[in-house]
Design a protein around this ligand. Sequence first.
Ligand SMILES: Cc1cc2nc3c(=O)[nH]c(=O)nc-3n(C[C@H](O)[C@H](O)[C@H](O)COP(=O)(O)OP(=O)(O)OC[C@H]3O[C@@H](n4cnc5c(N)ncnc54)[C@H](O)[C@@H]3O)c2cc1C
Length: 436
Amino acid sequence: MGDKHRVIIVGGGAGGLELATKLGNRYGKRGSAQITLIDKSRTHIWKPLLHEVAAGTLDSAEDELEYLAQARWHHFRFRLGKMLGLDRDKKEVLLAPTYNNEGQVIIPERRFPYDTLIIAVGSLSNDFGIKGVDRHCLFLDSTEQAERFQQKLLDSMLYAHTCTKPIEKGQLDVVIVGAGATGVELAAQLHHVTRQLAAYGLDTIDPSQHIKLHIIEAGPRILQALPERISNAALEELHRLGVTVHVNERVIEVTEHGVQTSSGEFIPAHFKVWAAGIKAPEFIKDLAGLESNQINQLVVEPTLQTTRDDSIFALGDCAACPSSEPGRNVPPRAQSAHQQASLMVKNFKRRLLGRKLLNYQYRDYGSLIAMGKYSTVGSLMGNLAGSYFVSGYTARVVYLSLYKMHQAALYGWPRAILISLLHFLRRGVDPQIKLH
Ligand SMILES: Cc1cc2nc3c(=O)[nH]c(=O)nc-3n(C[C@H](O)[C@H](O)[C@H](O)COP(=O)(O)OP(=O)(O)OC[C@H]3O[C@@H](n4cnc5c(N)ncnc54)[C@H](O)[C@@H]3O)c2cc1C
C-alpha cells in the first residue's frame, strides 16, 4: 500500500462519482493506485433530477446510489465526511466530524493524505445577499432540500383539503425566482403534480383556482442561456399551463408571506423557491491560498489543474475553467462535469507517466427542457456544427438519454438498461407521484 499513488476525489456528484468509478476500474482494480472518494452524503442522486424529487414525480429512494456499494463494485474506497479545509504543505484534506441525528459524533475529524487531489464539490444556490432569501426560500441544492419541499407541498395540500376555513390568497401559491432550466422545469412539474394530488382525493382543492404558479426573472426573457427559439417555445407552454411569468423583475426581498420586487409589486406565496444563479461552497473560497473567483469557484487551467498547485485539480460546478469563447468560463452543467471527468481520467494517466496534460475543451451537445409530462423542447448539437431545434418525442428521448449516459458511466450499459426496465415495470404498479 505504502508507495501507491494516492488519489483523493472530494465530491461524488455528476463529475466526481463518474471519475471515481472510472479510476477505480482502471487503477484501483489493478492495485496501481489507491482511489478514495469523499462525500458528505451517504448516497448519490444525479442533481438534474432534484426538481422531480421536489415535485414528487420521482422517489429519491428508488434512484439513489449507495456510495459504499459502488466503491466495492468499482475498486475504490468511500469515506463519509464533509471537507472543511486543506493543508497544502502536508498534502492533506481535512474533514469535519460527522454527527448522527442526536448530535453525537459518529466519525471524528479526520485528515486524508493525497498525491493527487480532485475537488468536485459542486455548487449551491446564490442568494446574492438579498434580504430574507436564506430564511424564507426553499432551495434545490441537495436531496434533503428537495425532499423537504415535497413534504411541505404535500402537508400544505392535506391541510388545505381538510381545513374548514376557505383557502386564503397565496396559501398554496408558489413563486419560483429564476427562469433558468431548473425554475422552468419545476414550474411545469408542479402544475402536473398539484393536479395529480387533487385527482388522488384532495378534491376540495381546485388547482386552477387555488394554486397560482409564478416565475420571476431579472433578465428580459426566460432560459436566457439558451437560444431564443427554445425560450419562446417554453414560454408558450408555461402560458398554456397558466403559469405567470414576470420578466425584467428583480426580487429585492423575500418575507414569510411572499416576494417583493423592485417594481413595487408584492407577490404573495406560501412557497418561495430560489433558483437564480449558483456559487461554489463557501469553504473553497481562498482555500489554502488557491485562487478563487467572486462566486467562490476554484480557478483552473484548461488542464483542470488549479492555478497555484499542480497536484490539485477541480472540475464541475466548483471550477472556473476557461472556455473557448474569450472571457467566458465553461457553464456549470452536468454535461461539463461529465466531460471533465472523462478528460481527468486521461490526464491522470499522463500525470503518472510524466507526460504533458491535455486541455479541456467544452463541447455543447445542446440543452433540453422537460416541461413535466407536457412537452420537451431544446436544441441539439449546441456549439457543434450549428444547433437543431427539437421538440416532442425526439426531445424527450434525448432528454432521458442524458441520465441514461450517467447511469451507464456508473453501472455499465447492461445494468443501466436493466434499471430502466425495472423502472418501467414499476410505473405500471406505483402511483404516478409520491403520496407520502
Ligand atoms: C434542479 C436542477 C436541474 C438541473 N438540470 C440540469 C440539466 O438538465 N442539464 C445539465 O447539464 N445540468 C443540469 N443541472 C446542473 C447540474 O446538476 C450540475 O451542473 C452538475 O450536477 C454539477 O456536477 P458536479 O459534479 O460539479 O457537482 P454535483 O453533482 O452537485 O456534486 C457535488 C457533490 O459534492 C458533495 N459535496 C459538496 N460539498 C462537500 C464537502 N464539503 N465535502 C464533501 N462532499 C461535498 C455533494 O454531496 C455532491 O455529492 C441542474 C441542476 C439542478 C439543481
